[in-house]
Ligand binder design. Structure first.
Ligand code: FE
Ligand code: FE
Ligand code: ZN
Length: 278
């Protein structure tokens, strides 16, 4: 069975997201842990969490993905901004202890003229410090499009971060199809080669989640503009190959396409119709 969902608003709590997911035919979902621009998280509501967990169990919702605010920058030149990224992620991970089935995804950061090497050092240092505390949630590094000075624009950059982290067992990777395509990995004409390269550099066992997005821009454009499934330069045929690939098909897929709920529902239906049950 295809494990698929989309990005949902977390403003009404976990149970509301679970219900929304079921309504649109999803069996997982992604959400921002707090306002995507950072800021304080709402106090955790234990009753909501308990109701959500019961609901998720009944409806087969699993492997949900918590996404850190995208403005956090663990590679910032500014120590205050680095500390803010650390405090926020630490708080997120403490809260996620209440959701045993979640993973936690974050954008590695932007080095802003400091150079990728220093960016990589700062991100690894951030993770090593974060992992001084025990959390049960796996932290995922997202593959980035390489817009501006984003770190994580290549599999090698992610590898260089992971190499410097002591607790590698607590890290995974989330592959964003729009980002890797924009990063120059031709998943349209060479999915097999791209996955082989991923395996060689990062190890496919580290791949835990896929952000399924089409791309408005062309291969290697480093722009990061998501398109609806089948309406961008990746296209529906490639999407079909991606969700059915023997190395990817068991992973959870999360749509981050420019849609409201009815649009997501249609994409989920479409992708389910293209998934070959084995
Ligand atoms: Fe992201
Ligand atoms: Fe993404
Ligand atoms: Zn993106």
């Amino acid at each position: 069975m295809l494990r698929i969902g989309c990005h949902l608003s977390s403003s009404k709590g976990y149970l509301a997201m679970g219900k929304e997911a079921v309504k649109i035919g999803a069996n997982t979902f992604q959400f921002f842990t707090r306002n995507p621009r950072g800021g304080r998280a709402k106090a955790l509501d234990p009753v909501d969490v308990e109701k959500y967990l019961a609901f998720a169990g009944e409806h087969g919702i699993a492997k949900i993905l918590a996404h850190a605010p995208y403005t956090l920058n663990a590679a910032s030149k500014d120590e205050g901004l680095r500390r803010f990224a650390f405090d926020t992620m630490q708080d997120d991970l403490r809260r996620l202890e209440h959701l045993p089935d979640a993973m936690y995804n974050f954008h590695p950061g932007s080095h802003v003229a400091q150079g990728a090497d220093l960016g990589i050092e700062l991100i690894a240092e951030h993770l090593n410090r974060l992992f001084e505390e025990e959390f049960s949630t796996t932290v995922l590094l997202e593959t980035m499009a390489g817009k501006g000075s984003e770190v994580g624009r290549s599999f090698e950059e992610l590898r260089n971060i992971i190499d410097r982290v002591e607790r590698k067992d607590r890290l995974g990777v989330c592959l964003d199809t729009c980002h890797v395509f924009d990063g120059g990995y031709d998943i349209v004409n060479g999915l097999d080669a791209v996955l082989n390269e991923f395996d060689r550099i990062l190890g496919l066992e580290r791949l835990r989640a896929v952000h399924l997005n089409d791309s408005l821009n062309s291969l290697g454009s480093h722009k990061d503009r998501h398109a609806k499934i089948g309406e961008g330069n990746i296209g529906l045929e490639a999407m079909k190959r991606i969700i059915n690939d023997s190395r990817l098909r068991k992973l959870p897929f999360y749509l981050e396409t420019p849609n409201e709920l009815p649009g997501y529902q249609k994409e989920i239906e479409l992708l389910r119709s293209l998934y070959e049950e084995t």
